[in-house]
Design a protein. Structure first.
Length: 302
């Protein structure tokens, strides 16, 4: 039997990690933003290290965007949403959608930290037949709400999730994270109009505003500014924050105060945490060498 004929092993719950996550995330959700911030920052550093070793093993990935979005993912999953790796399909769960699906390494690393599957499986990222594809697959990976990769798809799905909750009279929330270059897709603005029309206060859209996309700066490709005013003009409650400040992120992820959907413009740095990657366009899709990974891990250990 050839390698291509061997069925991939399904991803299964990591019981120990899941137990820690359920207890700790409940405590972090209940904590104030200031109280939760140090632990969320510690988890984020661990995730960044996992992202680097995951991409190193695969020799593929989008390391710059993974590092810019990490603090947002960690604060959503560990400090805001009610998720349970023991029951990832619970119909009353909160929903998290990563619309910028090319940053799957950060999503997988965060899901593994929560116990949805063992951390050791990260070594299979983008391997032949691995369930950990380069873009998330909800059929293969527990904790993934919808398949994303083509930009402009995840946000409309998240809007549908939030509308479904409202129609059913349910209280679960949906958080969706988008890339800023992704905001050049028209489907996102259709979703923004729809969410405002239906007053989906249970929906939070977060823009990972690192100002870089594949090959160039967003403003050189197609200007997005004034991004906050554009969201406001579509009828959203807008919050502009430092996307690496865990206290500010957790505060911004609080429920709507106006009865309108919430847009969080999170100002971030592509390649955050690794000095030679920060705000460098080439790290959108560049794979670090072993020596670069060693230096990066050293920086993230200080």
């Amino acid at each position: 039997m050839t390698t291509l004929e061997v069925a991939p092993r399904p991803l299964q719950l990591d019981e120990d990690a899941a137990a820690v996550y359920v207890e700790k995330s409940a405590r972090l959700r209940a904590a104030s933003p200031a109280q939760a911030a140090p632990e969320l920052a510690e988890i984020s550093t661990r995730i960044r290290r996992d992202v680097l070793t995951t991409i190193q093993a695969a020799q593929m990935g989008h390391v710059g965007g993974d590092l810019s979005v990490t603090d947002l993912l960690v604060t959503a999953m560990w400090g805001t949403l009610k998720l349970d790796p023991h029951a990832p399909a619970n119909p009353l769960r909160d929903r998290f959608v990563l619309s910028k699906g090319h940053c799957a390494a950060a999503l997988y690393s965060t899901l593994a930290s929560c116990g949805f599957f063992p951390q050791g499986r990260l070594r299979e990222f983008m391997a032949p037949l691995s369930p950990l594809n380069g873009h998330p697959d909800r059929v293969k990976v527990p904790g993934v709400e919808t398949n994303t990769g083509p930009l402009g798809h995840g946000f409309p799905v998240a809007t549908g999730c939030a509308l479904g909750a409202k129609l059913r009279g349910e209280t679960w929330r949906t958080i969706v994270v988008l890339g800023d270059g992704e905001m050049q897709e028209g489907s996102n603005w259709e979703a923004a109009m729809t969410a405002a029309h239906y007053q989906l206060a249970n929906l939070t859209a977060v823009v990972d505003r690192n100002r870089l996309q594949q090959g160039a700066r967003t403003e050189d490709t197609k200007s997005l500014e004034p991004l906050d005013a554009k969201w406001a003009s579509f009828g959203w409650e807008v919050r502009v924050i430092d996307g690496h400040d865990h206290e500010a992120i957790k505060q911004a992820f609080a429920p709507s105060s106006t009865g309108r959907p919430v847009a969080v413009v999170a100002n971030t740095v592509k390649g955050k945490g690794v000095s030679f990657m920060e705000d460098r366009v080439e790290w959108h899709h560049k794979v670090p060498t072993d020596e670069q990974v060693r230096l990066a891990l050293e920086e993230l250990s200080r």
